[in-house]
Design a binder for this molecule. Structure first.
Ligand code: CUA
Length: 181
């Protein structure tokens, strides 16, 4: 009596795939190709990047002389082109108020002095993690005037009922006319 080994089996059972299942597999593959092309196009043609670690900084060097985070703030690089260094700490952003003229391109550099914070500007897609040891960066153009609230959206603790994560916020003013310096 010999057991069937399977190796000698010549006629494997036909793998049956229903036509609608096959159709949806093709649709899924097609969509994956479209998504892949969209990601490639976004990152190459449009320069859209996920907010990343621009560079690293040791938390104990943030306040050292010469560190841009020791004296954070807005700097005009060229007409309509700004950079801002922001220091996040429990429970504030420094500076907490930023003023730029409408149509400006602004690059944010932000790091944390202590624990993990978040940086989100409402009504925009600016949304970054702020980690101690890491400088997060993002460049964007503000072409709509108005007041934009910026908040910490990573829970970073509370000391009592009045001070804590929920009080960590600031404002970005996009002004119709250039601010007088
Ligand atoms: Cu900082 Cu929540």
């Amino acid at each position: 009596m010999s057991e069937p080994t399977g190796i000698e089996q010549s006629n494997l059972p036909n793998l049956h795939v229903d036509w609608y299942e096959a159709a949806w597999i093709r649709v899924s593959l097609f969509m994956m190709v479209i998504f892949l092309l969209a990601v490639i196009a976004a990152s190459t043609a449009f320069g859209i990047q996920v907010p990343g670690a621009y560079s690293r900084i040791k938390p104990d060097e943030i306040m050292a002389p010469g560190s841009p985070f020791a004296d954070p703030g807005l700097r005009e690089l060229a007409p309509g082109k700004y950079e801002v260094y922001i220091r996040a700490a429990t429970w504030s952003f420094t500076p907490s108020e930023i003023r730029i003229p409408v149509g400006s391109t602004i690059t944010f550099y932000i790091t944390s002095l202590d624990v993990q914070h978040g940086f989100k500007i409402m009504d925009t897609n600016i949304n970054m993690m702020v980690l101690p040891g890491q400088i997060s960066t993002l460049t964007t153009i503000f072409d709509k005037p108005g007041t934009y609230n910026l908040i910490c959206h990573e829970y970073c603790g509370a000391a009592n009922a009045t001070i804590g994560h929920h009080t960590m916020y600031g404002q970005l003013f996009v002004e119709e006319t250039p601010p007088s310096q």
